[in-house]
Unconditional design. Structure first.
Length: 399
């Protein structure tokens, strides 16, 4: 098949959550003999220059280079309008022009869109079968943000979330199939009651790259992995260091917490003033930091979709203690493959057990990796995705 693939973040190199899922889709579809045209955005010259590596995995690609300051100005200008600011942020006139040209020149069998914010490029195309993969339901994330922001920002997030929810509903009716990342996201999508076919396929993890290496770990250490310019990561680490880490250090005075992730804010950097906290900033490879710790913690209070950091830690045989909210994106069973907690005392108790009891840690290390191999394999997930693609094209063409 000839497939036009549009996504909101250019999917190469696949170093962060918004790029990993689309990259694996494009790679798999190309490996199965489909020709894939990729269209997406870059926000800096450095990102633009890195994008060329996608050429190995697709037939053709085009990049809309945008200025971040201008995109933010577009967002602000959209505040008093019914159009979500997110759509303005991910809009490029040059990218739209190239997509239109491709649609006129190429005989595409399918248009596949990842993320509702870029569905605007093809929402009115009617003569080609179309799939919209929401990934996460962004409206729900913005609506959750309002509880963690002071007025008037809380009002702004409520407004954006409400506009996005309306947009997600209306966009669904313009596509032949809509998909998402988890069963929890599918429930939200089905609640929209658009009468459009819906389904889901999970994120995977590269279990060959993320695997145990047999080296010794620091028994009294835990880790958190994630971009530290991302508000949900900042919020959970500030709260964890304030409320939970002291409870752990009452029992284990030399306990360490490694906060590993790019672009830490001043508030995150300041956490290094707390005994036992190490803020690494950007690192070339997160694996050594995860593997050296007894457990990884993911105490997120704002979480939609799948947290790739959890999949990666479990694949490496490092036990995870997650919030119940973040656990909703993992196809695994709490207290069997990983642990969940919802308050400081629960986090402290479970993390202390993992740090102090080697058999307890080994139990979850083995169970977690096995679950990743059986339920979060990219190969299995992509097979399901391809079957949805083929079914959608066949059904649409038969109508």
């Amino acid at each position: 098949m000839r497939i036009l693939y549009i996504c909101h973040r250019f999917p190469y190199p696949p170093k962060r959550g918004g790029k990993i899922r689309p990259f694996n889709m494009i790679k798999y579809l190309s490996e199965q003999g489909h020709q894939v045209w990729v269209a997406s955005l870059a926000r800096s010259q450095q990102e633009f220059d890195e994008c060329v590596g996608i050429a190995t995995y697709c037939h053709r690609h085009t990049i809309g280079l945008v200025n971040n300051a201008i995109q933010w100005a577009r967002m602000i200008m959209n505040l008093p309008t019914p159009t979500p600011s997110s759509l303005a942020y991910f809009y490029s006139k040059s990218l739209k022009k190239q997509i239109n040209a491709w649609i006129e020149e190429e005989n595409f069998d399918l248009i596949f869109v990842h993320c509702s914010s870029v569905a605007q490029y093809v929402d009115n195309v009617e003569h080609i079968p179309k799939i919209l993969d929401y990934g996460d339901m962004d409206s729900q994330k913005w609506l959750t943000y309002r509880s963690f922001k002071p007025f008037p920002f809380s009002w702004g997030y409520w407004l954006e979330g409400s506009k996005m929810k309306y947009s997600e509903k209306s966009l669904a009716q313009k596509f032949d199939l809509t998909t998402c990342t988890t069963k929890a996201e599918l429930e939200t999508l089905n609640d929209y009651d658009t009468a459009i076919k819906t389904d889901w396929f999970p994120n995977g993890v590269d279990a060959d790259y993320f695997q145990p290496n047999g080296t010794a770990y620091e028994p009294h250490s835990i880790s958190f992995i994630g971009r530290m310019d991302y508000f949900p990561n900042q919020q959970c680490m500030l709260e964890f260091c304030r409320d939970t880490l002291p409870l752990i250090q009452e029992k284990i005075p030399d306990a360490k917490l490694y906060i590993v992730g790019a672009d830490p804010s001043k508030k995150i950097r300041a956490l290094e003033n707390i005994k036992g906290v190490i803020v690494t900033g950007s690192v070339k490879d997160v694996r050594p930091f995860i593997l050296k710790t007894a457990a990884m913690v993911a105490p997120l209070k704002i979480a939609r979709g799948t947290q790739n950091k959890i999949l990666e830690a479990m694949a490496m045989g490092v036990p995870v203690v997650s919030s119940s909210l973040a656990a909703g994106g993992i196809d695994a069973i709490p207290d069997q493959h990983f642990l969940t907690a919802d308050n400081p005392s629960e986090y402290a108790s479970k993390l202390i057990n993992l740090m102090e009891s080697k058999p307890f840690r080994t139990q979850y290390a083995l169970a977690g990796r096995e679950r990743m191999l059986s339920h979060h394999s990219w190969q299995k997930s992509m097979k399901k995705m391809e079957s949805l693609v083929l079914g959608c094209v066949k059904k649409t063409n038969s109508n």
